[in-house]
Ligand binder design. Structure first.
Ligand SMILES: Cc1ncc(C[n+]2csc(CCOP(=O)(O)OP(=O)(O)O)c2C)c(N)n1
Ligand SMILES: [Mg+2]
Length: 414
């Protein structure tokens, strides 16, 4: 039944791949959530009409315990295309900047880049509503930006400067924003935290869902399965998102997992596989998942994606896979290149518009790099704050100055 409906949809989509005016659209394009702190291009400001295209997604979804899945026929407005392309380009440049600053030894500690996985963030963000929440792991810079942290807030955080989004004290893995719970370095840890956020939404009846993103490596952890079970029992408004980039730290997924169809691993929980290199597929899958989470309970979404770099900056990333494999993905499945080609083929954006966005994104990131370099480090007395919720000046163990000046045993050590 579903297959027949799908075939009909596909045929319709082929017929529909022409320019329409927005009044002719049967299914309105995705509701956009206004974002904070991001200078996103605006159709009106740029003097554009609200044209849109309807098209068929090239790759079908795979479903687990679902009779019907996400829409494969999708619509995109010109203003949305401008916005998505700008976000894709900026997130990539942001990571290039992070890599550069790391190589200059201005970034201390770990640094995990998101390069290659940008469509996952842009597609999910496009479907999120203002009251939805998100939590992810350590590959967090692009997500912080997508959730409203300005580029300088990300780069200043990486370089340990005071205008970083965590005051320069969190670093690469600890970035947060409104409705954005980070940023956690413990593999899989974000999944139970995300279940807690979803529980809060259910308890407060605020109508939000929580998306918890984790990797294919993290998917083998016990705590993830515990959360599947509890989320199902409690019918939490939760979307488990497995970003399957095919590798754990240095291990191909087949070597670590007996079942690499991660979307099927929730047992009774429904699941979807979507092409994580295609912004519009990710958006469509997320729209479906949000509705499902609100009306029926938790759902698992696997996004097939790829990371170009090593696991972190200290991993060249070529000892467990070949350079040819990476080059092939870059040539054939790059999310930005793919979206750019789609926009040009469908005449949604012109080459000039694309080049202009590239230029604007470059200026934004170069400005952020300059600002991060110029920024000061946090003042020394900031060592006392943000450890516990109170101010324990003079009572914290491990803060050298106080150990010289105070007798902690008298004050009551924390
Ligand atoms: C509990 C725990 N175990 C091990 C590690 C070390 N570690 C960091 S990332 C990683 C692999 C995770 O792979 P995956 O979940 O696929 O995420 P990806 O890096 O591919 O985005 C491991 C084993 C850790 N940080 N935390
Ligand atoms: Mg992985």
């Amino acid at each position: 039944m579903f297959n027949l409906a799908n075939q009909i949809q596909c045929r319709l989509a082929k017929l529909l791949m022409v320019r329409f005016s927005s009044t002719q659209l049967s299914r309105p394009p995705t509701e956009e959530v206004p974002e904070e702190g991001q200078p996103t291009p605006n159709a009106q400001e740029m003097g554009l009409g609200d044209e849109y295209r309807v098209m068929l997604l090239p790759n079908d979804f795979k479903l687990h315990r679902l009779k019907e899945g996400p829409e494969r026929v999708v619509a995109i407005r010109k203003s949305q295309a401008l916005k998505y392309y700008r976000q894709l380009a900026t997130v990539r440049l942001l990571e290039t900047a992070a890599s550069r600053l790391y190589k200059e030894q201005l970034v201390r500690g770990f640094c995990h880049l998101y390069t290659g996985q940008e469509a996952c963030a842009v597609g999910i963000r496009a479907a999120m509503r203002s009251n939805d929440n998100l939590i992810t792991g350590y590959r967090v810079h692009g997500w912080a930006y997508m959730m409203g942290v300005p580029a300088v807030g990300v780069l200043a955080e990486l370089t340990g400067r005071r205008s970083g989004c965590s005051g320069g004290k969190g670093g690469s893995m600890h970035m947060y924003g409104r409705n954005f719970y980070g940023g956690t370095g413990i593999v899989g840890d974000q999944v139970p935290l995300g279940a807690g956020v979803a529980f809060t939404s259910k308890y407060l009846q605020d109508g939000g869902v929580c998306l918890a993103l984790y990797g294919d490596g993290a998917a083998n952890q016990g705590q993830v399965f515990e959360c599947f079970n509890m989320a199902l029992l409690w019918k939490l408004p939760m979307i488990f998102v497995c970003e399957n980039n095919n590798y754990g730290m240095g291990t191909r997924s087949e070597r670590a997992a007996s079942n690499i169809n991660y979307y099927t691993r929730g047992d009774l929980m429904p699941g979807i596989w979507a092409d994580g290199q295609d912004v519009l597929a990710v958006r469509s899958a997320t729209e479906f998942a949000i509705k499902h989470a609100l009306n029926k309970g938790p759902i698992l979404m696997e996004l097939g994606t790829y990371r170009y770099g090593g696991h972190s900056m200290s991993d060249p990333g070529t000892s467990y896979r070949t350079r040819e494999e990476i080059q092939k993905v870059r040539r054939q499945h790059d999310p930005i290149q793919g979206f750019r080609e789609l926009c040009l083929d469908q005449q949604i954006l012109s080459l000039d518009e694309i080049q202009e966005i590239n230029q604007v994104a470059r200026l934004e990131i170069e400005g952020a790099i300059r600002a991060a370099r110029k920024d000061d480090e946090p003042p020394l007395n900031n060592l006392w704050s943000d450890v516990y919720s109170g101010l324990f000046e003079g009572k914290l163990r491990g803060v050298l100055a106080l150990e010289l000046e105070h007798d902690n045993t008298k004050d009551g050590e924390v």
